[in-house]
Design a protein around this ligand. Structure first.
Ligand SMILES: [Zn+2]
Length: 262
């Protein structure tokens, strides 16, 4: 709350009213603050908190105290708690040093790092979205793509990445199509089938594959696969950023010329 006071007092542009959220899993601490118990174990801290809250209130900033679920008993969290406790003890005893000043920027950086790691762990361990995960395993990845010739081409590409297209294989799975078989009758109308095998797109595919083959000439024995064409991360396919950009341009031209709703 002190950091919030300093930060908000230095902001040149602010909303008319703002909120600061304080998350806490300790019922006793919340009770002490809500009931303003000066007789609690730490009356000085309570007085200080109330003083800061008043300062924030005068700045039209409202403090919201949020009770969150405690994580005691969860193995990983208990280890983290123990490590944090030991680190705090070591700082107090002077065994390790820690900066006494934490800027707002430092706070954002730490929070961003924690969120990114947490998101990546969830993405790694999740049981859904595995098709997309195989194409794009890293979260927060900056992806550069060519400008599609039309909005619908860009949307179709995103549908392909998300494994949620209007093609019959996906449509049959989600219940919007009676059959999963392509109109060519050869096999399921999957993204892979349309990109690499469907006889109804031979001409457009030939143009795309010639183009991609030229780009990949420097890569020995590189197979042109669904992943090579779709994955937005050039490094995973051994291509340079520029080579991958040319591949995506060829793919976007193919999507634009295919007579199918993707
Ligand atoms: Zn087909």
């Amino acid at each position: 709350m002190e950091v919030a006071t300093t930060y908000l007092s230095q902001c040149s542009v602010r909303k008319p009213t703002e909120c600061v959220y304080v998350f806490c899993d300790c019922s006793e601490a919340i009770k002490s603050i809500v009931c303003k118990f000066e007789s609690s174990k730490d009356p000085i801290i309570i007085r200080k908190l109330l003083c800061i809250e008043k300062q924030l209130h005068e700045m039209s900033v409202f403090v919201k105290l949020v009770k969150i679920t405690g994580h005691s008993g969860i193995f990983g969290n208990d280890i983290a708690d123990q490590e944090a406790h030991e680190a705090a003890q070591n700082i107090m005893r002077g065994k390790v040093t820690a900066s006494e000043v934490l800027s707002v920027h430092d706070g954002y950086t730490i929070a961003k790092d924690i969120l990114k790691k947490s998101w990546q762990r969830k993405w790694n361990e999740d049981s859904t979205g595995r098709y997309t995960y195989d194409l794009l395993p890293a979260v927060c990845k900056n992806v550069t793509l060519p400008m599609p010739s039309s909005h619908s081409v860009g949307v179709s590409y995103c549908r392909m990445l998300l494994h949620d297209t209007f093609l019959k294989d996906d449509g049959f799975r989600t219940g919007i199509s009676d059959s999963s078989v392509c109109s060519c009758g050869e096999e399921k109308e999957s993204v892979e089938h349309v990109l690499l095998r469907c006889c109804e797109n031979t001409e457009a595919r030939s143009v795309m594959l010639d183009c991609v083959s030229d780009i990949c000439k420097s890569q020995c024995k590189m197979d042109i696969t669904e992943s090579l064409l779709l994955a937005p991360d050039s490094q995973s396919n051994g291509l340079s950023r520029r080579e991958d950009m040319y591949c995506k341009e060829a793919l976007f031209d193919f999507i634009a010329s295919v007579d199918k709703r993707i």
